[in-house]
Design a protein around this ligand. Structure first.
Ligand SMILES: C[S@@+](CC[C@H](N)C(=O)[O-])C[C@H]1O[C@@H](n2cnc3c(N)ncnc32)[C@H](O)[C@@H]1O
Length: 264
């Protein structure tokens, strides 16, 4: 009895503090067929294996030693006319979930090429299927861990990165998985253009404070910092597009923390 009460209390605490972040997603039916049906939106799947990184789902001319080319080609298919330099901005969302944000953003910004990254293919399939069904031309997906993005994204070619409601990983021993920890910020600097920036929003105040410090320690310049985005005068894409998780938190009356970090 005693143990049951304790477990129940702990479960309640976890649910109230980190609701939704650690929900298990059941494997979707016919996942492989559904992913193949969306292959034109999919740059590749990128996963760690014992002896390195496994890349699958490349178009027929793509090989793992030519990943940058695959990247450029996939942008070319999407936007047309992508030259060696940069003909249009490329924006990346890391942890796109079911794609509510990226699918709206791509329609609002047709001149931007979007790359959406999601490690969970059972979640990503919803995003991909929406992009294909609505024939949105300017989104391409990478299914896999953001940790390996530099394998496929060349240096200095991304102008904006969105981190929307990234998992907070509250335990200290999981810090390296936080998408705003030092190693990630260093990697973002390498793939960002000179004036590139990161937009970050989260409901979780402790994670926000951690991230503010991490951005400063890693030499980013911060602007538009808010502890209550939707009661601030911050406008543009951050305020106008509500993500799936944001919607859940707003319904519960939770305030949203927001910042923009510029590469110095
Ligand atoms: C809490 S959800 C937020 C989803 C969406 N951005 C939103 O705001 O509704 C975080 C998402 O990030 C993904 N994710 C977490 N760590 C990741 C990583 N290292 N690489 C790629 N995706 C990651 C998770 O699988 C999850 O779908």
């Amino acid at each position: 009895m005693f143990i049951l009460i304790r477990i129940d209390e702990i479960y309640g605490l976890l649910r109230s503090n980190f609701a939704g972040y650690f929900m298990r997603m059941r494997r979707k039916n016919n996942l492989e067929q559904r992913l193949s049906a969306c292959s034109e939106c999919l740059i590749c799947r990128l996963f760690a294996v014992d002896n390195g990184i496994k890349v699958t789902g490349l178009s027929d001319t793509g090989t793992p030693d030519k990943l940058f080319e695959t990247f450029y080609r996939s942008l070319n298919i999407a936007g047309g006319g992508f030259a060696a330099g940069q003909d249009f901005p490329v924006w990346v969302e890391i942890g796109c979930g079911k794609g509510g944000f990226v699918n709206q953003a791509a329609l609002l910004y047709p001149d931007v090429q979007f790359i959406a990254v999601e490690k969970n293919e059972n979640v990503a399939i919803t995003a991909l299927e929406r992009t294909c069904a609505e024939k949105i031309p300017n989104i391409r997906y990478i299914i896999g861990l953001a940790e390996y993005l530099e394998k496929i994204i060349p240096p200095a070619c991304i102008s904006r990165i969105f981190l929307n409601f990234s998992c907070p990983f509250p335990k200290k021993r999981h810090e390296k998985h936080r998408l705003t920890s030092g190693a990630f910020l260093e990697m973002y600097k390498r793939i960002l253009t000179d004036d590139g920036e990161i937009s970050f929003k989260t409901d979780n105040t402790a994670f926000f404070e951690y991230s503010v410090n991490s951005f400063i320690e890693n030499n980013f310049l911060l602007k538009n910092i808010s502890h209550d985005l939707h009661n601030s005068n911050i406008t543009g894409i951050a305020g106008n597009i509500i993500t799936e998780y944001e919607n859940l938190f707003l319904k519960k009356g939770v305030k949203i923390n927001y910042l923009e970090a510029i590469k110095k």
